[in-house]
Design a protein around this ligand. Structure first.
Ligand code: C5P
Length: 405
């Protein structure tokens, strides 16, 4: 970073205070920082703090004569190795996506020929608004680089995607880009470039052409995980048993009925970086499936059952094992002990354990405990789609740590 010149565009959001820390860290690494502040940014942090930390005057006025004579907006970016927009508000992203140039920040973003890294920060509803989705998609298409946003609690009290990445993560992205590695920043998302296979829903084991053995899994948690992994940039294959849910957007969904079909579809989807077995797979199937509908007779039929393949255990012991294998444990008693035993027995890396009761199965909320060889952590009860986002962020970090080893 020594001697690198960062042009930092600070947008107006509550996350702006975190940028002071970013400036400090950039300076520690001996990068030089020139900061441009939008009018709104100055409501959140003072120009004096930014100027003192960066060791340079701040730039904020498109029409300032002195600035224009000493250093114009074209010069500002010409002089930089990288332009970083942090926090990148919904408004700044919209201006950048549409080429608006009505202040110094937006004008220099339009005028620059340097790479632009944006660190979005906004309320989750603004981030998920179709307008922002469109703007982000077209910015990515144009080669704008992204770091974050992260999933978590928001300053406004909501939960979801939209938190600005931590200064250390923004710094790491800057370092990668200056080194010429734009892979993660280009594709965005913590799982960019990863391949993830997820199973979801129940399986159905036929008894005769009309009847089956099944269970009451809704597939809500597994589908939400597949969707969250896709949103984090992964290429996702979802192998789903029969459910009443739509296929998640951006996910390649394979529909299967029995456990044997599910195993075959999962094996066909490998290799992968991560396998998440969220399906409630039937442990047994009927040994002889009747070719015709069983008729009511004098005697009730006796069904002989045989064991189904354990998909999770098979994949965990597969020679081309994904680096991260994640199972679920739905238990009615001794949650943690049983989950820990399953971790060893099946050979997986993580077990997501949850107590099953009527208020979880088929419902929209879940309360889970994450069990690894390193320990356990229990997450508060939250919506299944939030569990999915949090789990995907957690697993992405594990993968990263594994990669770094
Ligand atoms: O042993 P148990 O069914 O409780 O283990 C649950 C975990 O194992 C889940 O992750 C489930 O998807 C997986 N499993 C599987 N194939 C089976 C049975 C369970 O993949 N036949």
């Amino acid at each position: 970073m020594k001697g690198k010149r960062i042009l930092l565009v600070i947008g107006g959001g509550i996350a702006a205070y975190k940028i002071l820390e970013l400036i400090r860290r950039l300076r520690e690494q001996e990068a030089s920082v020139r900061a441009v502040m939008t009018r709104a940014a100055k409501e959140f942090v003072t120009p004096l703090s930014v100027a003192s930390l960066s060791g340079n005057q701040i730039f904020d006025d498109l029409f300032s004569l002195t600035d224009e004579t000493e250093i114009g907006h074209i010069e500002l970016s010409r002089d930089a190795d990288l332009v970083v927009v942090a926090p990148a508000t919904a408004d700044l992203l919209a201006k950048l996506a549409h080429g608006l140039a009505d202040d110094l920040a937006s004008t220099l973003l339009l005028a620059t020929d340097k790479k632009i890294l944006v660190a979005p920060a906004m309320n989750v509803r603004m981030w998920e608004n179709p307008v922002t989705r469109r703007n982000v998609a077209s910015l990515r298409h144009d080669g704008i680089l992204f770091v974050g946003p992260e999933v978590g609690d928001m300053a406004c009290g909501e939960y979801g995607a939209g938190r600005i990445s931590e200064p250390a993560a923004i710094l790491a992205a800057i370092e990668d880009i200056l080194r010429g590695d734009t892979r993660v920043a280009l594709h965005g998302g913590q799982l960019a470039g990863r391949r993830v296979v997820v199973t979801s829903g129940p399986t159905r084991e036929p008894i005769d052409p009309l009847r089956y053995l099944g269970n009451s899994s809704s597939g809500k948690q597994g589908h939400a995980i597949a969707a969250a992994a896709a949103r984090a940039g992964a290429e996702v294959v979802l192998v789903s048993g029969p459910v009443a849910l739509p296929d998640p957007p951006g996910v390649a969904t394979r529909h299967v009925t029995t456990a044997s079909e599910m195993l075959a579809a999962v094996e066909a989807a490998l290799p992968a970086d991560m396998f998440v077995a969220a399906a409630a797979v039937a442990d047994w199937r009927v040994a002889e499936v009747a070719a015709q509908k069983l008729k009511k007779g004098a005697q009730a039929p006796v069904l002989r059952l045989v064991e189904n393949p354990d998909i999770l255990a098979r994949i965990a012991q597969n020679p081309g094992r994904p680096r991260l294998v994640v199972g679920f444990a739905a238990e009615t008693e001794n949650l943690i002990d049983n989950a820990r035993a399953k971790l060893t027995a099946k050979g997986c890396d993580v077990i997501v354990a949850n107590e099953v009761s009527d208020d979880v199965l088929g419902q929209d909320e879940n309360e889970v405990t994450i069990v690894t060889r390193g320990g356990t952590e229990t997450w508060p009860r939250m919506r299944k789609d939030h569990v999915a986002l949090k789990l995907v962020a957690y697993l992405a970090k594990l993968l990263e740590a594994d990669h770094a080893r």
